[in-house]
Design a protein around this ligand. Structure first.
Ligand code: S3P
Length: 432
C-alpha cells in the first residue's frame, strides 16, 4: 500500500496528546505475565502488530490471554504451565518477540519451531543462540542457528557468566530469562548500558535481579507472581512528534504520559544539545517506569556529533534524529552505531537512500552517517522498506516538503503506532 501526504504552504503543528504504549514494555508485560503464576492485568498495551505476535505465540503454548482494546488479562500457570506448541510460532517482523521468546523457550522441556518474516530472516540470531547453547539449550536453524527458521528444545540449563559483545537489551533479556530456571547463577555483562525494562519488570513480578555496574545477575529457580502493569507512552513513538514540533515552523506540541526511563532518553539529551526548546515536566517516579509530559516548540537547531555510550539509549531514534539534523545548521555526525545495520532494515542505508530522494545532504559511513544541514526538503515518492520507523520519519519529513509526498509500504507503521496518520492529521493546522 502507499499513502499520499499533502503539505500546504505554512502548516504548523499544534496539540496536546498521548502516544501508544511502549513497545518494549508491552512485549515484556505479555511474556512475563504468561510465565507468571496467577493473573496479570496490563493497562495501555501497545496493540501494534509486533505485540500481537507476542500474544499469539504464548496463546499457541496454551496460555489464556484475553484482550479488550489496550487492556489485557493473562491467566498464567508459571513457566511449567507452558505447553508444547502444535503450530510454528511466527513472530513476523518482531525482533524483540523472537529473541526474548528463545530465552523463555530455553527453559521449557519441549520442542518449538520459530520463524518470522523476510526482515527477521536477515537479522542475526546467533547473538542469543550462542549463550543459550552454552547454558544447555538445544537449538538448531539455518546456517547453524545463525538465522531463522529456528528449532529449539529446552530443558535443564546451567547458569553462565556471559560477557556480551554487543549492548543489546534483547540479548541481555534472553540470557536473564533463561537464567530464571537455570541451576546456579546467571550473569550478563554488556559493553554499554542497554534499556533495563526486563530488570525493572522482573522485580515487579517478584524476582530478584542484582546490578553491579554493567553486570546484571539473576539466581536460578525463581518464579514470577502475576501483577498489574500500566504501560507508559512509548518515547520512541513520541520521538517522531518531538522532532516534528521542533522542525515545522510555528509549532508547539505536548505529549503526555511518556516513559522517560533514563536508558531510553538519549533522544531528549541529544535534541537539547542541538538547541531544542524541550520541557520535561510532571515527572512521576512512583511506578517501576518513570513518566512525564514533554513539550516542544519550534527551535533553531545546530549540528552536533553523536556517539559513544548514548547510542544504545537512542538507537531506535536515529532515523528521526537524522531528519532533525537535515534542518540543523552545520554538520551532524552519527557514529558508533553499526547496530543500525541489523534493525528491521539496514537503517544506515534506508535513512540515507530515502532522505536523499527528498533533497537531504546525507552520506553513509561505516558506523553511522554524516548529515549536512540545513537543507530544503522536496516532495518525492519514498519507501518505508517495511520498516515502521523509516515510514514515520518520512511522514514527518513530508511536513517540510510543500506538495505531495507518497510513502510506499506505509502499512509497516502499524507495527508500533497503529493510528499514526490520524494523529499527524489532527495536529496539522493552517498557519492563519
Ligand atoms: C529492544 C531492544 C533494542 C531495540 C528494539 C527493542 C527491546 O534492540 O532496538 O527496538 O525491547 O529489548 P537490541 O536489543 O538489539 O539493541
Amino acid at each position: 500500500m502507499s499513502m499520499r501526504l499533502k503539505t500546504e504552504e505554512g502548516i504548523r503543528l499544534r496539540g496536546t496528546f498521548s502516544v501508544p504504549g511502549d513497545k518494549s514494555i508491552s512485549h515484556r508485560a505479555v511474556m512475563f505475565g504468561s510465565i507468571a503464576e496467577g493473573t496479570t492485568s496490563i493497562h495501555g498495551l501497545l496493540t501494534g502488530d509486533d505485540c500481537l505476535r507476542t500474544i499469539d505465540c504464548f496463546q499457541k503454548m496454551g496460555v489464556q490471554i484475553e484482550r479488550d482494546g489496550d487492556y489485557v488479562e493473562i491467566r498464567g500457570k508459571g513457566i511449567d504451565g507452558l505447553q508444547e506448541p502444535k503450530e510454528i510460532l511466527d513472530v513476523r517482523n518482531s525482533g524483540t518477540t523472537i529473541r526474548l521468546l528463545l530465552g523463555i523457550l530455553a527453559n521449557a522441556p519441549f520442542h518449538a519451531c520459530v520463524i518470522g518474516d523476510g526482515s527477521i530472516a536477515k537479522r542475526p540470531m546467533d547473538r542469543v543462540v550462542q549463550p543459550l547453547l552454552q547454558m544447555g539449550a538445544k537449538i538448531d536453524g539455518r546456517e547453524n542457528g545463525r538465522f531463522t527458521p529456528l528449532s529449539i528444545r529446552g530443558g535443564t540449563l546451567t547458569g553462565i557468566d556471559y560477557v556480551s559483545p554487543v549492548a543489546s537489551a534483547q540479548v541481555k533479556s534472553a540470557v536473564l530469562l533463561a537464567g530464571l530456571r537455570a541451576d546456579g547463577v546467571t550473569s550478563v555483562t554488556e559493553p554499554q548500558m542497554s534499556r533495563d525494562h526486563t530488570e525493572r519488570m522482573l522485580r515487579l513480578f517478584g524476582c530478584n535481579v542484582e546490578e553491579d555496574g554493567l553486570k546484571k545477575t539473576i539466581k536460578g529457580n525463581q518464579s514470577l507472581r502475576g501483577t498489574t502493569i500500566h504501560v507508559p507512552g512509548d518515547v520512541s513513538s513520541a520521538a517522531f512528534f518531538l522532532v516534528a514540533g521542533l522542525i515545522v515552523p510555528n509549532s508547539e506540541l505536548t505529549i503526555q504520559n511518556v516513559g522517560i526511563n533514563p536508558t531510553r532518553t538519549g533522544i531528549i539529551e541529544v535534541l537539547k544539545e542541538m538547541g531544542a526548546d524541550i520541557l520535561v515536566e510532571g515527572k512521576d517516579d512512583h511506578s517501576i517506569e518513570p513518566v512525564a509530559d514533554i513539550t516542544v516548540k519550534t527551535s533553531s537547531l545546530k549540528g552536533i556529533e553523536i556517539g559513544g555510550d548514548v547510542i544504545p539509549r537512542l538507537i531506535d531514534e536515529i532515523p528521526i534524529i537524522a531528519l532533525a539534523a537535515t534542518q540543523a545548521d552545520g554538520v551532524t555526525i552519527i557514529k558508533d552505531a553499526a547496530e543500525l545495520k541489523v534493525k528491521e532494515t539496514n537503517r544506515i542505508d534506508t535513512v540515507v537512500k530515502e532522505l536523499s530522494k527528498m533533497g537531504a545532504q546525507i552520506e553513509a559511513t561505516d558506523d553511522g552517517m554524516k548529515i549536512y544541514g540545513p537543507s530544503k526538503l522536496r516532495p518525492a515518492t519514498v519507501n518505508s522498506h517495511g520498516d515502521h520507523r523509516i515510514g514515520m520519519m518520512l511522514a514527518i519529513a513530508s511536513c517540510l516538503a510543500k506538495g505531495e509526498t507518497v510513502i510506499e509500504n506505509n502499512e509497516a507503521i502499524g507495527i508500533s503506532f497503529p493510528r499514526f496518520f490520524e494523529q499527524l492529521k489532527q495536529l496539522k493546522h493552517a498557519n492563519t
